[in-house]
Design a protein around this ligand. Sequence first.
Ligand code: ZN
Length: 110
Amino acid sequence: MQLYCPRCSLVFSGNYCPNCGGKRFREPEDEDLCFLVEKGQIWCDMLADVLKQHGIPCIAKGRLGAGLAMQVGSFLETQRVYVSYADLKEAAEIVEELFGSEQEENDFNV
Ligand SMILES: [Zn+2]
């Protein structure tokens, strides 16, 4: 069974959130924003394009501050890409296709 940590926007399976260790989670709902992958901005732009082609809306957030989102990201800044839970499975497959085994940072069980 998959669970969702609202604090981290992370879907996982297990007894606690692998990111924050929190135990305040619930079952994911289709419209929940879920962490997909963290990449440099160029890769995120490319990924966002491909997701768009598949009809999957996504949101990219830089690490500088969640509220500031994309505007402040430099090209060196890594960004976190989020999709809704309904799209997570398909989006994860696209990430796998695009980045394959290079995708080390994201070892979450999606
Ligand atoms: Zn968490």
